[in-house]
Design a protein around this ligand. Structure first.
Ligand SMILES: [Zn+2]
Length: 456
């Protein structure tokens, strides 16, 4: 089966070109001007942009956290991704305490295999570190995983010594770590302080104060100094503050390689949401928290200058009922928000549409860079001969309104509810097959596991 996409403009990181694409089976066979081919089905994409399927390198599907499990498993979560134009996710398979890495991966495969509607790879979040895990890492890196996650806060946080050892081992194996950077001590102390001063922790407007920008900046700075001693690149995930960003610039000036990820929520929403009535405010409780508005332009500026490498969602969804676990104490609220389906349209509308970034940059941040950073390129992240035919037919003019009703997520709410958007994924092809159209998923559960090990 051959398909010829005719009349569209192919977007890549280094330009936009009027090119036709010939797809055979799951792969792109050829691209060129005015291609014709006898037995190919013609897909007329005149006036449309063709993006390489977007990659969401930061998702939490079916994650057990705060005594509950995320509202979206791989079933609904990946339908949301696909509906918005994302054809591959990299989810955080999480090693629970006492588990080997093999057990953690087996557990995540049980959640994802046969359920996922887009392709999926895993990062592995490490919660325990010892000689056995260090030995096991070699096989895992060689066979399937090249990126790992470490937390500097939460129960599974690593101390500085462990951070050093893990980064050293990953360097040895040719793998990389993404790190959640927040200072745990500041957060714990401030949570206690709220309780002491107010008698309870019901007022969600105190939440951002418990996770100040200094907590992020300190952790980013400390991580980068440890990485400098190890002499290895690292990834700062979900950067949310100008203060944290300054630490990154400083390290880069000293010659360090630092990759940075941010998320639409930090570009588009601010901490005033925590002053809404508590039950609504809890819906926006994420970690790191939404910040003061002035951070947004600095993050956008960094994207404009190419100093942030990827935009992911940190999709980690809970329903309003799940969020209500924090009614008597906001620190018991499961933290996280949905955003899988919204990301491409939000970045197009507020980024490209408002002149902050170019379409090429959108392609770089949502597709090309995550593919390169996580060893999926050029099978993913590019529309060139030999690549997977993951194609997003983007209608730059389509006007629509973002509402919870139009979302596939099981969260039941849309953080950007009511936003008028221009631009959307009109058709989404996964390895050559039309799987979603105008926000509706046509084909479910055909996602395939993607290995991205460093071996061979
Ligand atoms: Zn996350």
């Amino acid at each position: 089966m051959k398909r010829l996409f005719k009349g569209g403009t192919v977007v890549s990181g280094d330009g936009m070109r009027k090119l036709d694409l010939l797809v055979k089976g799951e792969k792109i066979l050829a691209s060129g001007e005015d291609l014709s081919f006898q037995d190919a089905e013609i897909v007329d994409v005149t006036g449309k942009l063709l993006f390489p399927g977007f990659i969401d390198a930061h998702t939490h599907m079916a994650l057990e956290v705060s005594g509950t499990v995320t509202a979206d498993g791989f079933d609904t979560g990946t339908k949301a991704e696909l509906a918005g134009g994302t054809t591959c996710i990299i989810d955080f398979a999480t090693q629970y305490k006492g588990e080997t890495l093999a057990q953690a991966l087996e557990n995540w495969h049980r959640k994802a295999d046969g359920e996922s509607s887009c392709d999926y790879a895993f990062h592995l979040a490490l919660s325990e570190w010892n000689d056995e895990i260090s030995r096991e890492l070699e096989r895992v890196v060689r066979e399937e995983i090249s990126s790992f996650k470490l937390y500097m806060t939460y129960d599974n946080r690593v101390d500085d010594e462990t951070m050093y050892e893990v980064l050293s081992r990953l360097k040895e194996l040719g793998a990389i770590a993404g790190v959640h950077c927040e200072n745990h001590g500041i957060i714990s102390a401030r949570l206690k302080e709220v309780l002491k001063n107010k008698g309870d922790r019901k007022d969600v407007s105190d939440y951002p104060w418990t996770r100040p920008k200094e907590a992020e900046a300190e952790a980013v700075g400390r991580l980068l100094k440890i990485a400098r001693c190890v002499d290895t690149p690292v990834i700062v995930v979900h950067l949310s503050t100008a203060a944290g960003y300054r630490e990154i610039l400083r390290a880069r000036e000293a010659g360090q390689t630092v990759y940075v990820e941010t998320c639409p929520q930090y570009l588009l929403m601010d901490e005033s949401r925590y002053s809404l009535p508590a039950e609504e405010a809890r819906l926006y409780m994420i970690a790191p928290p939404l910040r003061k508005k002035k951070n947004q332009e600095i993050l956008w500026q960094a994207l404009r200058e190419g100093r942030i490498q990827t935009i992911s969602t940190d999709h980690c969804s809970f329903t309003k009922e799940q969020k209500d676990a924090g009614a008597q104490d906001f620190s018991r609220t499961p933290c996280g928000m949905p955003g899988a389906q919204e990301r491409p349209a939000l970045i197009w509308h507020f980024g490209v549409g408002e002149g902050r970034i170019t379409p090429e940059q959108m392609c770089i941040y949502l597709s090309e860079n995550p593919a390169k950073l996580y060893r999926l390129y050029p099978w993913k992240g590019a529309l060139i001969p030999g690549s997977d035919a993951d194609i997003v037919v983007w209608d730059p003019e389509a006007e629509w309104t973002m509402t919870a009703d139009s979302m596939q997520s099981a969260a039941g709410y849309c953080p950007m509810e009511g936003t008028q958007i221009r631009g959307r994924a009109e058709q989404v092809y996964l390895r050559g097959e039309l799987v979603a159209e105008n926000g509706k998923v046509l084909v479910e559960k055909t996602g395939r596991y993607v290995r991205h090990g460093a071996g061979e």
